[in-house]
Design a protein around this ligand. Structure first.
Ligand SMILES: Nc1ncnc2c1ncn2[C@@H]1O[C@H](COP(=O)(O)OP(=O)(O)OP(=O)(O)O)[C@@H](O)[C@H]1O
Length: 268
């Protein structure tokens, strides 16, 4: 008798994905598989296509027509150059974290985190702030989890960058995200706050099994916090493997002879 155990769908399955802006190919035939519980760093020089790949996975941006296809948790979200009817539902499972935090500045941190629940509530409840008690409890638990519950009542635009970014992660937790897609989440932070944010992402990955895909300018952070690294250069994948396998030759291939500029703290 043969075993036919079902294989759980991965976080992302992208096949032959291209994206052209005018005459520039931001992505050029990219294929990548990321398993549901993986933590992956996307690295590469400025303009190599990291954000474009992340935005394509979330369906915030359509890919070129042709053979390219992207599946998220086993559901097709991009095909024939268009997002699909399933894209919105798939996006609900993805918590997006951005360099500039994307909190509503005049709202409290708590209200910002509650916005993560909006997708699961009838519109009027969120609009009038009639949040169910268990959602409020989830929001406080999420803020506690990322270490900023003391600031729940404070307006977001009066918080430090690190506190805001932790709030953005809490919002993703309240949203019920199964994975986090973070686009340069530490680029605007000081090293202490940056390390804290990376440690939270690692913890969510290791303890909760959340998938994490994070674009990073800092190669040392990619190596320190992520087991797998995918490097893009001019819209193509030029490295996909263990972060420990990134040697000087590979780094020169990716970044050129000035590769040490891509280390933030110190070359490891
Ligand atoms: N909306 C857009 N319109 C035109 N060109 C774009 C657009 N978005 C991205 N590009 C171009 O696509 C290429 C890849 O950009 P992308 O932002 O994905 O790179 P990146 O690797 O994330 O860069 P960075 O590290 O500087 O953020 C760049 O040449 C960029 O100028």
């Amino acid at each position: 008798m043969t075993s036919s155990a079902a294989v759980a769908p991965g976080l992302v399955s992208a096949r032959d994905v291209s994206k052209t802006f005018g005459s520039r190919k931001a992505l050029n035939g990219v294929s990548v598989e990321v398993a549901a519980g993986e933590m992956v760093a996307l690295i590469g020089p400025s303009g190599s296509g990291k954000s474009t790949l992340l935005r394509s996975i979330t369906g915030l941006q359509s890919i070129d027509g042709g053979a390219g296809q992207i599946d998220v948790f086993g559901v097709c979200v991009q095909k024939n150059g268009r997002t699909t009817s399933a894209t919105r539902a798939a996006r609900q499972k993805l918590g997006m974290i951005f360099q500039q935090f994307n909190l509503v500045g005049r709202l409290s941190l708590f209200s910002n985190v509650m916005l993560g629940a909006l997708g699961r509530l009838p519109g009027w409840r969120g609009l009038v702030g009639a949040w169910p008690a268990d959602d409020k409890a989830r929001a406080m638990a999420a803020l506690h989890r990322v270490g900023v519950s003391d600031y729940a009542a404070q307006r977001a635009n009066t918080l430090s960058g690190g506190q805001q970014q932790r709030g953005a992660i809490a919002r993703a937790l309240v949203q019920g995200a199964r994975a986090i897609l973070a686009d340069e989440p530490v680029a605007s932070l000081d090293p202490v706050s940056a390390r804290k944010v990376m440690e939270i992402l690692v913890e969510l990955n290791q303890r909760d099994g959340m998938g994490v895909i994070v674009t990073l300018h800092q190669v040392d952070y990619a190596i320190r916090y992520c087991e797998r690294v995918i490097a893009l250069k001019a819209g193509k994948i030029v490295y996909d493997g263990p972060s420990t396998g990134l040697d000087t030759k590979q780094l020169i291939d990716i970044y050129g002879p000035e590769f040490e500029d891509a280390f933030w703290e110190a070359k490891v």
